[in-house]
Design a protein around this ligand. Structure first.
Ligand code: FMN
Length: 356
């Protein structure tokens, strides 16, 4: 018999008690009207996943600046005007008992492309004359067919660090319980860390110590802007899985430095530094790095092909402290309730009992 009991126990993160360890992974919906403010789509989408049993609902990558969006339809927290829309979303998630988290991100060289269902999606650049913008990154290496980014100057790096902190203050004002920094998937933080995307010869590049500088400055600024009682997560790859890329030896050091800087939990995700990087095609392909990353002193979570109750049993607590479920919860918002396998009248919302 599959016993997923450990996955349903609460997890304490600073002053936040998460009711279980099966969480919604952040997934862009590309569904704003261009203002970065959550819409009714977001409200319905996220409340459904909270009703479906996710103990923590991670709102998709939310841009810290307009030029750090992937597309013109991304969510944002770069302006105080966006706070009330996020507060409405937070209230909806709380109303059904889930913890509300938001992933803050800067897309860097992966910015200014089409939404997935238009043209070639993430592979088609949107230039300024089509309403896009010029991406910036540590080095002038493009992602796939997107625009060649402009190399960031010191002042750009300092500004982006401050934008992360300002977005964090807005996340607090909106009532989010948890902030996660997007440091994987080839976004800006990941490109500073990876030797394949960061070819700089100044204090931001070269040796690991220099490549970690920007990510650690972001963490320091965000931790200072975020209340002590609220947990901070960082999404990161366990490795680039590419020749000459980040190794697990490097990411283990990085995770320890993150933990020392006040990161409570490492969220392992695939690197996807380049469009042809391996994404992992086996269940638990990121969670398997959990035990190694626990040596950092931080708690560890992971996403990546967790699609069956048996995967929960294998993952929690042996490999990781919590899992984030992505595509399985796009297909079925009630995935956690089904995976738990209790008698429906014990676990499903009372409003749905007559269905069973
Ligand atoms: C539609 C879609 C949007 C995504 N958007 C994000 C995102 O905003 N931030 C992020 O870190 N990962 C994003 N991801 C990656 C997922 O969070 C997750 O890590 C990945 O899909 C692997 O987990 P899974 O096998 O359970 O889907 C996205 C994935 C999908 C399918």
């Amino acid at each position: 018999m599959v016993t997923t009991a450990a996955a349903w126990t609460p997890l304490e993160l600073r002053e936040v008690s998460v009711p279980n360890r099966v969480w919604l992974s952040p997934m862009c919906q590309y569904s704003t009207d261009g203002s970065g403010v959550p819409t009714d789509w977001h409200l319905g989408h996220y409340i459904s996943r909270a009703v479906g049993g996710a103990g923590l609902v991670m709102v998709e990558c939310t841009a810290i600046a307009p030029e750090m969006r992937t597309t013109g339809r991304d969510l944002g927290l770069w302006s105080d005007d966006q706070v009330p829309g996020h507060a409405r979303l937070v209230d909806a998630i709380h109303s059904v008992g889930a913890v509300a988290a938001v992933q803050l991100g800067a897309a860097g060289r992966k910015s200014s492309h089409d939404v997935p269902w238009e043209n070639r999606g993430q592979r088609s650049a949107v230039p300024p004359e089509r309403g896009g913008w010029q991406p910036i990154a540590p080095s002038t290496i493009p992602f796939a067919d997107l625009a060649v980014p402009t190399e960031m100057a010191d002042a750009d790096a300092e500004r982006v660090v401050e934008q992360f902190a300002a977005a964090t203050r807005r996340a607090h004002a909106a009532g989010y319980d948890v902030v996660e920094l997007h440091g994987a998937n080839g976004y800006l933080i990941h490109t500073f860390l990876s030797p394949l995307a960061n070819l700089r010869g100044d204090r931001w590049g070269g040796a690991l110590e220099n490549r970690m500088r920007f990510p650690l400055e972001v963490v320091a600024a965000v931790r200072a802007a975020w209340p002590d009682g609220k947990p901070l997560l960082v999404r990161m790859p366990a490795a680039d899985l590419l020749e000459g890329g980040l190794t697990t030896d490097e990411t283990t050091v990085y995770a320890s430095r993150m933990a020392a800087a006040g990161v409570d939990m490492i969220d392992l995700a695939s690197g996807v530094l380049t469009h042809d990087a391996p994404r992992g095609d086996e269940p638990l392909h990121n969670a398997r790095f959990g035990p190694q990353m626990r040596a950092s002193g931080a708690l560890v979570a992971a996403s990546g092909l967790i699609t069956e109750a048996a995967h929960l049993e294998a993952a929690v607590p042996d490999l990781v402290d919590a899992v984030l479920v992505g595509r399985a919860m796009l297909r079925d918002p009630y995935w956690p309730l089904r995976a738990r396998g209790l008698e429906p009248r014990q676990s499903w919302p009372v409003q749905y009992h007559r269905a069973f």
